[in-house]
Write a protein that binds this ligand. Structure first.
Ligand code: ATP
Ligand code: MG
Length: 386
């Protein structure tokens, strides 16, 4: 019964001058998310964005995709009609009939908003007129203006839109409206959630994955690609870079103390990530660290790891418990993939007793046994776009 979705945006209103470009971003995001639907048109009509399809049967799937787009606060599946009074009434009755078939409706209310003042009947009068016709046709229902079972909303603008429900959406800001950042994406539970949370604030994301092939498997790669694809449902296109860390791990094993392995490797990861970010006009890094979760995520460890670079690192999960992170991972659909057994880092190079309380000067001393610059260059030559 619905042939159009009316999309409202929340925080965009706050953005004053930028509003136009924010709206355009949102429209671009919507078009991208629906690019395989040839018959869909997306346009603005006073303050809302409309997504119209020629095929009503596509509407459920279209709504499903719209629900994953940041910047949308709610969506009303609607019927679009001309502004001919008789047509509006007829379509409203039709919609009401459909709703009655699906739901137990005892009371209703008509609410008209007449943005187009050339429409010949005033809002209040039109409410009464349409309400009267509904009562005439559907004898079982009554009007209740305070707490109706259903509210039919008739929005008269360039066209007329009739709707009966608002689907709450994700909110946030349209991806691309707030700069770019590089997500360190492992195959784990946390980093996809971290990427999701930052993208929600309008940040466009690329991702970087470190592997240790042949010690990590092809399947670990496939898992990360799958996670990237899941994230793309929310974030739009994500470029996924990969780097092989094998040479670095070999050097650390040869020249440094075993318990420092994780911290040293993480410092290398940060350096490489910073380099790739800078080369590709990204201003910040994103990781899935959560304070205290594992040895490398103590205050001390995190400080020592970040000391390796200048670029700011966003850690949106820092204050969340694992159970809270898992809840979000489930909601966004990455959890099932994240828990597949193929690991991003190999046990061969993982220390039995990683340092919890690393000292920066000791770590720096260990690093002086390595040729940091050369090693970074060496593994940078393994850079691939997956
Ligand atoms: P996750 O669940 O995201 O794998 P984790 O709980 O395993 O995180 P760590 O191994 O300490 O925690 O990693 C912390 C963060 O460092 C990750 O969330 C991710 O952003 C980044 N990271 C770790 N390993 C990799 C990797 N192989 N490739 C890319 N990023 C990584
Ligand atoms: Mg991990």
């Amino acid at each position: 019964m619905y042939n159009i979705a009316a999309v409202s945006f929340g925080e965009l209103f706050l953005k004053g001058k930028n509003r136009g470009s924010f709206e355009q971003r949102l429209i671009d995001r919507i078009k991208y998310a629906l690019k395989d639907y040839k018959d869909v048109s997306v346009y603005k009509d006073s303050g809302k964005v409309y997504v119209e399809t020629q095929y009503e049967e596509d509407m459920d799937e279209i709504l499903e995709r719209l629900r994953k787009i940041f910047g949308i606060s709610n969506i009303s599946p609607s019927v679009k009609t001309s502004k001919d009074v008789d047509v509006v009434i007829e379509k409203t009755l039709e919609l009401f009939g459909c709703l009655l078939e699906k739901k137990d409706i005892k009371t209703f209310k008509i609410k008209t908003k007449r943005t187009d003042k050339s429409f010949p009947i005033k809002s209040m009068d039109f409410n009464a007129l349409v309400g009267g016709r509904v009562l005439e046709k559907f004898r079982s229902v009554k009007v209740d203006v305070h707490a109706p079972d259903v509210e039919i909303y008739i929005d008269i603008k360039k066209s007329c839109y009739i709707s009966s429900e608002r689907i709450k959406s994700l909110g946030g800001l349209p991806v691309g409206s707030n700069g770019r950042a590089l997500l360190l994406l492992s195959g784990g539970i946390d980093s996809p959630v971290a990427g999701y949370m930052i993208a929600k604030r309008g940040v466009e994301i690329d991702a970087l994955y470190f592997h240790t092939y042949p010690f990590t498997s092809e399947r670990a790669n496939e898992k990360v690609i799958k996670l990237k694809e899941k994230l793309e449902e929310y974030c739009g296109r994500i470029k996924l870079y990969s780097i092989n860390m094998l040479e670095i791990h070999k050097a650390i094993r040869e020249f440094c103390r075993e318990e420092e392995t994780t911290i040293l490797a993480r410092r290398f990861m940060m350096r490489i990530a910073e380099k790739i970010a800078l080369e590709n006009q990204m201003d910040m890094l994103i990781t899935g660290e959560s304070l205290g979760q594992v040895a490398s995520q103590t205050m001390k460890s995190m400080a020592v790891i970040e000391d390796a670079i200048k670029m700011p690192v966003l850690k949106p999960l820092v204050g969340l418990d694992k159970s809270e992170i898992i809840e979000i991972a489930r909601e966004i659909g990455t959890y099932e993939t994240s828990i597949l057994p193929y690991d991003d880092c190999c046990s061969v190079f993982a220390p039995d007793h990683p340092l919890i309380n690393p000292k920066l000067e000791n770590i720096k001393k260990s690093e002086s046994n390595l040729n940091v610059g050369d090693l970074v260059e060496k593994v940078m030559s393994t850079l691939e776009i997956m």
